[in-house]
Design a protein around this ligand. Sequence first.
Ligand code: NAD
Length: 330
Amino acid sequence: MPKYSICYNPTHLLIPFLTENMRFLITGAAGFLGAPLANSLVADGHSVVGLDDLSTGDPKQLVDAVHLERGDINDRPKLWSMLQGVDCVYHLAARVIVPESVLYPREYNTVNVGGTVTLMEAMRDVGVRRVIFISSGTIYGNQRLQPVRESNRPNPRSPYAVSKLAAEYYIRTIGSLWGIETVCLRVFNAYGPGQRLPLTNAPVIPYCLRQALDNGTIVIHGSGEQTRDYVYIDDVVEAMVAASSVPDINRIIINVGSGKETSINDLVKKVLEITGAKPEIVANQSHDSGPSRMRADLAIAKKKLNFSPKHNLEQGLLKTIEKDSRFQKK
Ligand code: NAD
């Protein structure tokens, strides 16, 4: 028997919101965050269709029950057909590498901003009622006050961060014009098994794990005292799942992080402690190391999603090593 809860609808009617046996579309479903989200929704008994151009995603990470279609987020006819019968969309498809966005801002604008507008138009045309947008903590940039609250004035420092902020504005504006419920989750530095590990611009945690376990060299940019909020993937998935089932979050922006800040120097120390490795550590003081501090305020996440992260950094790192064969000693 499906369960319903009452939820605010911008047409000023109270309508029942289906919370079981829902049909989801996930854009970017084959990605690092998209695949575990899709698998988790399927495990909860929902039906999931995924759209991904497989530019970075890996379809092998998805369980068979997820129906994946290869395609571009700017393909409106494809979206029209994939959105039929969908109750809620998770929008994750994006280009995600900050330094790459500095070199190719137009491409980041086309996919991350243009793709979001295409999706919202298609949702309007088909009449889909709710979208959860996975935004990013990078939109905050340098902030004097920490932890950063959703009400802080964004200060994006890269075309990637600008594209996520512009997409947030489009989502919320088009959503309110056409009666589509919208939620923006500003995810901080997510990490965990399955995270991409390209040769250049690798995310910091898999980079440090690989270099440590291969007895390579870890390059620390800047002073190493800059902090980030590292949040384990299972906690992010929990927040994303909650966002489609709780009522009263229409048009809300919610931080998703660990609520803790860790400097790069401390992260490297922790990686060495856990792995027992002794890689060479090299400092590159001249490199721009980004904002000096990043720590998510989680008050809204706690209140609205009942979210509290279950993994501290050590637990998250140990689980990453345990579950990701790339980090196991050969
Ligand atoms: P990812 O690269 O693993 O996932 C992005 C997915 O989108 C990939 O599977 C890729 O193939 C797909 N994609 C790219 N361009 C596409 C296009 N034109 N059409 C269709 N699909 C396309 O990255 P991720 O870390 O899983 O990020 C997922 C989302 O979460 C992104 O929107 C990102 O901005 C956001 N986010 C991630 C983090 C993080 O720490 N990983 C933090 C904040 C926000």
